[in-house]
Structure formats: C-alpha cells, structure tokens
Design a protein around this ligand. Structure first.
Ligand SMILES: [Zn+2]
Length: 184
C-alpha cells in the first residue's frame, strides 16, 4: 500500500500540509518550524524535514526519536524510497519558501527575468514562451520586474512582442541575453 494511503494526512487536524510527517508530529502554535513529536513529546526545531529526520533516525542533525522502535513494531516505517519521495516534496516546498523570501528584495531592488535559450526543443513555440512568460510575470508580480532578458531565438522574440502588445506592460524592453553576459 502506498505510504500516503497507509498514513493519510489529508485533513489531519492541525496539519499545515499533507506531508506525511504530520502523522507523527503537531506544529507548535506561534513557533514557526517547531514540531512536537506525538511519539515522545520532544519539540523538534527546524521544520518538517528536520522533524522527519527525528522520526526516521536519518541524520545526526537531530536526536532520534526514542520511541520510534517500539512504535515500529506495529506499523511499517517509511522505506528509504518513500522517505526520499517525501523529502523531495518538502525540499520543493523549502525552495518555494526561499523564492518567496526573495520577494522582499524584489520590492527594494526590482527583478530581472531571464529566459534563456532552449531553442532545440521544437514544441516550444511562441505560444509556449508567451504563456511561460505570462505565468512567471504573474507569479513575481509585474511591478517588481525591471526588465526581461531573453535571447534572440525567433519563438522567444515573437512571444515577448506579443507580451508587450497584449499586456501593454511597463516592463522595460527586452534584450539579448548573450549581450547581457558581456555587460560588466
Ligand atoms: Zn519523538
């Protein structure tokens, strides 16, 4: 049975996400990243990834859960594959959080969006680049983007032209990234 079915966390009370780790821990209110272990009561600091290390005895970053062996007699603990699968998800989340943290800098300094050459992929036409550009600009926030730098590949050129026309954007005009690399 897939791990997530064995330990359903969806809708688990107080769980901030459906990360499997929340089956074993509860977030400490008003203390971001602190998680109480349901098995031993220890408060693990450093977020869900670190907490899962406590449960899986994975690293020396955190004391291993003393009760996990006893607990393990009744249930199957995550296999290395499943753990890495789960880790991957939380790593993705961690990167997203990191990117969100950059938004403070974007406010102060502005952002340059770079769209570099992937011209060898034929399916990536102007429409593809247009929607990609659109979604990334949407995600970052048009106000923060000072300029968009692309290369001169035909599909990208067409996409940025369409973007400028349709969005009537105030983003500064775009330049070739190969030129950009030459800039000091
Ligand atoms: Zn524990």
């Amino acid at each position: 049975m897939p791990l997530h079915e064995e330990f359903p966390t969806k809708g688990l009370e107080g769980a901030p996400s459906n990360d499997i780790g929340w089956h074993f821990g509860t977030p400490v209110p008003n203390a971001k990243g602190n998680i109480v272990c349901k098995l031993c009561g220890k408060v693990v600091k450093g977020g869900i990834t670190r907490f899962k290390e406590h449960i899986t005895h994975k690293t020396c970053n955190v004391a291993p859960c003393p009760n996990v062996t006893e607990f393990g007699q009744d249930v199957n603990l995550p296999t290395p594959y499943e753990v890495s699968d789960v880790y991957l998800e939380s790593e993705y989340q961690r990167l997203r959080d990191w990117a969100n943290g950059l938004k403070t800098h974007w406010k102060e300094l502005g952002a340059t969006l770079m769209c570099d050459d992937v011209s060898s992929v034929r399916s990536r036409d102007a429409e593809f680049y247009y929607s990609l550009l659109d979604s990334v600009v949407e995600e970052i926030g048009e106000n923060y983007i000072v300029q968009i730098v692309t290369d001169n590949e035909a599909a990208i050129k067409a996409a940025r032209k369409k973007f400028n026309v349709e969005k009537k954007t105030s983003i500064l005009d775009l330049m070739c990234s190969s030129l950009f690399r030459l800039m000091p």
